[in-house]
Design a protein around this ligand. Structure first.
Ligand code: COA
Length: 331
């Protein structure tokens, strides 16, 4: 008899068992799909001003066999929530995944969330895979397709001189870099740029709306990252008039400084066509390497239709390792 229970992420023994289920369920994926235990141990229980989490476990006797996570955004898109489900590979096809998602949907609906999002990862271009079958059986549609790409730092270094030459086309802009905490003189303008994000990135059919990033919201989000040991290594492009025209970041967790993850990249539509995307990415990757000389690989994900971003990533040396299907269900 399998029970579905909420667990308190501050209960470390339960959280560790939960983390092990997720690690086992993602072990066959390429790249670095599951965080280090030390990262989960610190980040899941920590307060997050951007989102509230509910952690679920499927328990059979004394063993945890399934894991679920619901994330409810608190500062924007209050109509939505994100669901994740993982089942230990030796216990799939018993209905455990369905029961976890059903329970996550009950919690989401109870909080007035009517649009649910989820993600499944499949080999590049594959169709008819198990995770897709699961998503379909539970009534989730594919709202967007993204490519997960990974950059081997050795490949990047080989191309570095040519990339720096190409980025010189952005010389009219000043590049400012920082670790996580934005310099005060740029924070308001940076917030204006972040507010454009959901209007500017290709979202497919995803039901997500743009929202305001006040300086207070930026400062709260920064403090959360500082608190969980995540370094958001950021570059801003400053236009001649002093405004922030573009930004990009690479995130590195203190618990695993061999791997980075690209966060948000955005160039203001008024400033496109000056190779700012490339210049910003070169700046963040150089900063990440200077800060963490042991860095081996950086991962990123972008909509397959996002031609400009994909061209920049290919120039840097990123290679596709997986396809990410963004799922959506209206309750
Ligand atoms: C996807 C996953 C959660 C499924 O868990 P599960 O407990 O096996 O799922 P269930 O037994 O509840 O399956 C429910 C239905 O989904 C469909 N389904 C599940 N796995 C499938 C597969 N491999 N192929 C085809 N259909 C599948 C079936 O219709 C199934 O019903 P059935 O077994 O009666 O035919 C599990 O395989 C897993 O942890 N994968 C890695 C993480 C992941 O991809 N999570 C999903 C994104 S949130």
């Amino acid at each position: 008899m399998v029970d579905i229970e909420q667990i308190n992420p501050r209960n470390q023994a339960a959280l560790r068992a939960w983390w092990e289920v997720g690690r086992a369920a993602t072990a066959d994926r390429p790249g670095n799909p599951w965080p280090a235990w030390e990262q989960t141990r610190v980040s899941l229980p920590a307060d997050n001003p951007e989102g509230a989490v509910t952690v679920l476990a499927a328990i059979d006797g004394r063993e945890m066999v399934g894991a679920g996570l619901l994330m409810r955004p608190l500062r924007d898109n209050l109509h939505s929530a994100t669901v994740d489900a993982y089942v230990r590979p030796d216990r799939t096809r018993e209905g455990i995944g369905r029961r976890i998602v059903d329970e996550l949907e009950v919690v989401a609906a109870g909080d007035g969330r009517r649009t649910l999002h989820g993600e499944v990862f499949v080999p590049p271009g594959a169709t008819g895979t198990g995770p897709e079958g699961f998503a379909e059986a539970l009534g989730y549609d594919i709202a967007s397709r993204e490519a997960i790409r990974e950059l081997a730092v050795a490949d990047y270094l080989q191309r570095h001189d040519r990339l720096v030459d190409a980025a010189a086309a952005a010389a009219a802009y000043r590049i400012v870099t920082f670790d996580t905490v934005c310099p005060e003189q740029h924070v308001a303008s940076f917030g204006r740029l972040l507010g454009m994000l959901f209007d500017e990135i290709p979202l497919g059919d995803l039901d997500l709306q743009a929202s305001a990033w006040t300086p207070e919201r930026i400062r709260d989000a920064e403090q959360r990252q500082v608190g969980i040991g995540r370094h958001v290594l950021t570059a801003l492009a400053i236009a001649p008039d002093g405004s922030v025209a573009g930004s990009s970041d690479v995130r590195v967790n203190e618990t695993d400084t061999a791997h980075g993850q690209v966060g948000i990249t955005i160039v203001d539509p008024d400033h496109r066509g000056h190779r700012l995307g490339l210049a910003l990415k070169v700046a963040t990757h150089d900063l990440a390497l200077a800060t963490y000389p042991g860095l081996l690989a950086v991962a990123t994900s972008n909509a397959e239709v996002n031609a400009h971003m994909n061209a920049v990533n290919e120039a840097l040396g990123y290679r596709t390792i997986e396809t990410l299907l963004e799922l959506q269900k209206q309750l």
